[in-house]
Design a protein around this ligand. Structure first.
Ligand code: FEO
Length: 169
């Protein structure tokens, strides 16, 4: 059984994950306008990952006898100045999500909900990985500055990213 406080916190995190999906979909639309297939692929994988993060929590709440309440998803931004600005936004957003997962774990801790804590451990590790990967792309983009050839090389690299459906347990 899940406490009402945990249920509310999970429903709000499901909303944050779905917002992330929406935000990355909007970023995918932006890089599509720049005609960068590798970046498009990278955001496509990101969109699928965020959907999987939301659904992992969705299934968990139901499996614990909780009630899902889907909240309204905010409208994401639609325009950025450059791929660099997009990835600065991605990193800032992932840092925010990490802080939200930490807060969710605080609620689990104060509710003495060890099952939820154990479940959320996967999300915490995922955030460490996400921040690291995004940080690497961002570092490359900072080096690239206005070098179009280097940007196209990075684009080729981002084209190789593949979505592996996560096993969230
Ligand atoms: Fe679901 Fe990118 O955090």
């Amino acid at each position: 059984m899940i406490s009402q406080e945990m249920e509310k916190a999970f429903n709000s995190q499901i909303n944050a994950e779905l917002y992330s999906e929406y935000l990355y979909l909007s970023m995918k639309a932006y890089v599509s306008r720049l005609n960068l297939p590798g970046f498009i692929n990278w955001f496509d994988v990101q969109v699928q990952e965020e959907h999987a993060h939301a659904m992992g929590m969705f299934d968990y709440v139901i499996s614990r006898g909780g009630k899902i309440e889907l909240l309204a998803i905010d409208k994401p931004e639609t325009d950025w100045e450059s791929p660099l600005e997009v990835f600065e936004h991605v990193l800032k957003h992932e840092q925010l999500v990490t802080s939200l997962i930490n807060k969710l774990m605080d609620v689990a801790e104060s509710s003495h909900d060890r099952a939820a804590l154990s479940f959320l451990d996967w999300y915490l590790k995922e955030q460490v990985e996400e921040e690291k990967n995004v940080g690497n792309v961002l570092a490359t983009l900072r080096l690239i500055k206005n070098d179009a050839n280097a940007l196209l090389l990075l684009d080729k690299d981002l084209a190789t990213r593949v979505f592996n459906p996560p096993i969230i347990a």
